[in-house]
Design a protein around this ligand. Structure first.
Ligand SMILES: Cc1cc2nc3c(=O)[nH]c(=O)nc-3n(C[C@H](O)[C@H](O)[C@H](O)COP(=O)(O)OP(=O)(O)OC[C@H]3O[C@@H](n4cnc5c(N)ncnc54)[C@H](O)[C@@H]3O)c2cc1C
Length: 146
């Protein structure tokens, strides 16, 4: 499978009440600001660097600068991390039975939307396991498309 990874970065500041009431995107700076419980999170960037390279500090610095454009008094972040978004070149996940046998059902490669799509993917996999028609057309997601 042509699985690659889109590396993304996070920086978080602890605070009793995040200063935003909803997630906001600063499209020009490529930074997303998200209110979380007890903290403000800045997130973004796509880095094609594989799964073994260490995090790139200047990407964190860019997120921090983007957050400070909105909230200039932010100090150093309380934590930062890099995550691997498992991505397929056509930006679609791989969902369906393995070519080596229907006893193995693939469900991976959700790219940027793994959290969002998890319930639907779970419903699709449950239907496949039970031998029912899946709740969505999964032809374009087939593991055999490569
Ligand atoms: C910066 C960032 C922002 C995000 N924003 C959102 C968002 O806005 N909305 C949302 O719904 N989700 C978001 N996510 C979550 C992300 O989309 C999911 O983590 C991802 O889609 C999980 O997909 P999956 O369940 O198919 O995982 P799987 O395909 O099952 O893979 C998960 C595992 O694969 C590993 N992996 C990644 N690439 C490779 C590779 N090339 N080779 C081998 N292993 C690999 C990972 O380390 C992980 O352990 C974000 C993640 C990050 C890092």
């Amino acid at each position: 499978m042509p699985l690659d990874t889109e590396r993304g970065y996070h920086a978080e500041w602890d605070m009793p009440a995040p200063r935003l009431g909803r997630p906001c995107a600063d499209a020009a700076r490529g930074v997303y600001l998200c209110p979380m419980a007890g903290r403000l999170r800045a997130v973004g960037t796509v880095e094609l660097g594989g799964i073994h390279a260490p995090p790139t500090p200047r990407r964190i610095a860019r997120l921090v600068a983007g957050a400070r454009a909105w909230f200039p008094d932010l100090g150093p972040p309380d934590r930062t991390w890099m995550g691997l978004r498992p991505s397929i070149p056509d930006s679609l996940p791989v969902i369906g039975p393995s070519a080596r046998g229907a006893g193995v059902i693939h469900a991976f490669g959700h790219g940027h939307l793994g959290v969002t799509l998890a319930p639907l993917t779970a419903a699709i996999v449950a239907a496949l396991v039970a031998g029912r028609a899946p709740p969505a057309d999964i032809a374009s997601l087939s593991p055999q498309r490569f």
